[in-house]
Design a protein around this ligand. Sequence first.
Ligand SMILES: NC(=O)c1ccc[n+]([C@@H]2O[C@H](COP(=O)([O-])OP(=O)(O)OC[C@H]3O[C@@H](n4cnc5c(N)ncnc54)[C@H](OP(=O)(O)O)[C@@H]3O)[C@@H](O)[C@H]2O)c1
Length: 333
Amino acid sequence: MLVWTLPQFGIDQLRLVEQPDVALGASDVRVQIKSVSLNYRDLLIVQGKYHPRLKLPCVIGSDASGVVTECGNRVSRVTTGQRVVLTFARKWNSGPITDEARQSARGAEVSGVFAQQVICDEQSLVPLPDTLRFEEAATLPCAAVTASMALQNLLPSERILIQGTGGVSLFALQYARRKEGSYIFVISSDDTKLAKAKELGADEIWNYRKNPDWEKWIRERTDQIGVDRIIEVGGPASLDRSLKAIRSGGQIALIGVLAGEGHFNPMPIIMKGITLRGIFVGPRSELESVVESYSYYPDRPVIDRTFSMNQLPEALHYLQTGKHIGKIVLNWD
Ligand SMILES: NC(=O)c1ccc[n+]([C@@H]2O[C@H](COP(=O)([O-])OP(=O)(O)OC[C@H]3O[C@@H](n4cnc5c(N)ncnc54)[C@H](OP(=O)(O)O)[C@@H]3O)[C@@H](O)[C@H]2O)c1
């Protein structure tokens, strides 16, 4: 079978190599991978920025869907021929995150899914309904689950600020839109992307590259109160603005650190009683809910562009340009 391995850090170091098939354990399942999707994390891993001491060579990639082609003799959750999506973490079925769950994330220390076949424990698979294509399902394990976790306990009519228009942010926009009465603000670096966000249901949009002081805009548009919830992908360098844009008692879901390093004043967290909630993807149970939700909501994952699996370096270079909106998918031919 063919596998993408990373012998040294750098996108152009990635190699597509032939590896022998591995025998199955009793609870294992062999999945023939059909589609995978890229996450910003994959880029950081390949560049050596996510885990600089990562043991190489490794197989990267966390998000994939495919077909079960073989089951160990104790497997009962799936059957041969079934369409499935793999979980982001191998050992996180439900409940709050644990060290074991965190350390079982695929695509870094744990072997990834950018391969023709992946052997998984049956517990780390979710069966797919006919309503989801392989390409769509492959976008869900990391970005969609993260967005869904960030919006847990969303109340009707909450006002939400979503930063950016990448994978996580667009799922957050779509899932927030599903809730009755949500009012959604989206900020982006690009007017074309903002127009797309509007099409997808954003109520108000703002270009943070042209006008960096989006926190003033949010305060003006909310009668100086602030929004109830922020999907924070900027991190330390944008948190000062977020702490001004959030209402007292509001919640910031801290997901990414894309705006780079920075210092923020933590006092407003105390004085405004803000909840700063760290999110690290989510368990299989959340992926199951996300998958099931597509059986009764008409929205679909936003796929910016698809590549052939042979074009992984090209697809990662494209991700690096930041020109995409939503997800980048690769298919095995
Ligand atoms: N904690 C977790 O569980 C988790 C899970 C998934 C991802 N993440 C992290 O979340 C971030 C987004 O991941 P992704 O996979 O969705 O990436 P992605 O698809 O590459 O999207 C990144 C988007 O973020 C926006 N962005 C960049 N700098 C920004 C800034 N200073 N302020 C606001 N928005 C900014 C850009 O949108 P515009 O071009 O529209 O401005 C860009 O397209 C990354 O840092 C990733 O590592 C964390």
